[in-house]
Design a protein around this ligand. Structure first.
Ligand SMILES: NC(=O)c1ccc[n+]([C@@H]2O[C@H](COP(=O)([O-])OP(=O)(O)OC[C@H]3O[C@@H](n4cnc5c(N)ncnc54)[C@H](OP(=O)(O)O)[C@@H]3O)[C@@H](O)[C@H]2O)c1
Length: 429
């Protein structure tokens, strides 16, 4: 064990920062034994220095985050405060000062990753961000290192635990969306304002980071087509179940051509029950990777939570400490320009349902609208609802643009009272 410790400055000490301090206290000696790196937390920036923080010496705390960067005793900076500013400026300042940075900040990496990587390259120091996607699941390092030689075609994941929990409860307990959300909130899986999770913003940020790393192209969160789960109904899920599918919120990044042109989207989808991702239940996450040589891979685990996320941060810290010792840095990702494939061009099978007046001729009219837009129907189910009927369709592979035009035309029909959810259907192999 190298006697001189690597001194860590923390920006933030909440769920993740607090767990990291606990982990270093509990595992530091074993880590030093295994890796030769002895970590010591020497500065901790928080908003409120008066809050009780068990296990953290009050002398370490400061409300002045910039002072952690300039402190000459800090060798490595960990950013776990979240948000764009001041996190972004603090990270740039640390890199410029030659201090490696480890961050868990998906929001920041998904909006300013390219600039931050340039700053890290320019300074010749590490910027590591394993914890920013998939919490404790190793994803970034496998993609960047183990799979560096792969031509990755598609990355498809369940990357938000809150929505996966809600959809699991709707599937397994027959709960309605609002009931499952309330349950997730009472268990601490969902925030009081659940928008970032249930409307897919969190998953979109992660999809952007995964796409950037998998395809070496700068994809930002606003490039990602996004739909959430708040309109998914118990009826959608029951139908999916009868047809051999589960409904999951998927983040999908696909390489369309070597340009690179990249398709990136987050939306609820019907996934065949036989797909490996279909078995990912509760708040677990998993990412399914398809590469030209390696074939199919899946990485599964805890996508959030203080301790799992701190585990990923600690792994990065040890890596950064090694590099600091050897006087080098890992290469920052080289991100070229990505062309984003328009969602309109997606080719998929689709599930959709409409409520219509139950009278002769309606079905033929509806079928005519599909036909006029070149959308062919794979299966149809009809269910009576008093004077009305619900028609549930699964299409053959069609183009998103044509399916959206079909929906718009259906809404114009007198006989159609309501157009329900549209879900993309992942085809079984
Ligand atoms: N929690 C997870 O499961 C998870 C998983 C993956 C990634 N992440 C990411 O990790 C980061 C941290 O998440 P978290 O859950 O640990 O957040 P959190 O519990 O809200 O903690 C944030 C910490 O940062 C401090 N802070 C905020 N603004 C500050 C400022 N301007 N100056 C100094 N300190 C400031 C807060 O101080 P006070 O303690 O005084 O309020 C708090 O200690 C986020 O980027 C998040 O997206 C979290």
């Amino acid at each position: 064990v190298n006697a001189s410790p690597v001194r860590v400055g923390l920006l933030g000490c909440g769920n993740v920062g607090g767990a990291l301090c606990e982990l270093i206290a509990a595992e530091g000696a074993a880590v030093a034994q295994r890796t030769g790196v002895h970590l010591q937390v020497v500065r901790v920036a928080v908003r409120d220095v008066g809050k009780p923080r068990p296990g953290i010496g009050p002398g370490l705390l400061t409300a002045d985050a910039a002072s952690v960067i300039t402190d000459p005793t800090v060798d490595v900076v960990v950013e776990v405060m979240g948000g764009i500013e001041p996190a972004r400026s603090l990270i740039i300042d640390a890199l410029k000062a030659g201090k490696p940075v480890v961050t868990a900040n998906k929001e920041l990496m998904a909006s300013a990753g390219t600039d931050l990587f340039a700053a890290a390259s320019g300074a010749g120091v590490d910027l590591l961000f394993e914890a920013s996607v998939g919490g404790g699941i190793p994803l970034i390092r496998p993609l960047r290192e183990s799979l560096a030689g792969e031509s990755i075609q598609r990355v498809m994941g369940i990357v938000n635990g809150t929505t996966n929990y809600i959809l699991t409860r709707m599937t397994e307990a027959g709960a309605r969306y609002d009931e499952a959300l309330a349950e997730a909130q009472s268990l601490g899986y969902a925030e009081a304002d659940p928008t970032a999770d249930v409307e897919g913003f969190d998953a979109a940020a992660k999809a952007a980071i995964l796409a950037s790393i998998a395809f070496g192209a700068g994809v930002v969160a606003t490039d990602v087509y996004r739909e959430g789960i708040s309109t998914v109904t118990a009826a959608d899920i029951a139908f999916a179940d009868r047809m051999g599918y589960v409904v999951k919120l998927l983040a999908v990044a696909e390489l369309i051509d070597a340009g690179p042109t990249v398709a990136v989207r987050v939306h609820p989808a019907m996934l065949p029950k036989t797909h490996p991702l279909a078995s990912v239940r509760d708040s677990f996450n998993a990412v399914f990777i398809e590469g030209a040589a390696v074939g199919e891979l899946m990485l599964y685990g805890r996508g959030a939570g203080g301790m799992p996320t701190a585990s990923a941060v600690l792994g990065d810290l040890i890596d950064a400490a090694h590099n600091l010792r050897s006087g080098g840095a890992g290469r920052a990702p080289l991100l070229g320009h990505a062309r984003i494939w328009p969602m309109d061009e997606l080719r998929s099978q689709y599930y959709l349902n409409i409520e219509v007046a139950d009278r002769p001729g309606v079905l033929a009219t509806v079928a005519g609208v599909f036909g006029a837009h070149g959308v062919s129907i794979r299966s149809m189910e009809q269910e009576g609802l008093g004077d009305e009927a619900r028609l549930v369709f699964i299409t053959h592979t069609a183009r998103e643009r044509d399916v959206q035009a079909t929906l718009a035309a259906l809404r114009e029909l007198d006989a159609v009272d309501r157009v329900g959810n549209l879900l993309r259907v992942v085809e079984a192999d």
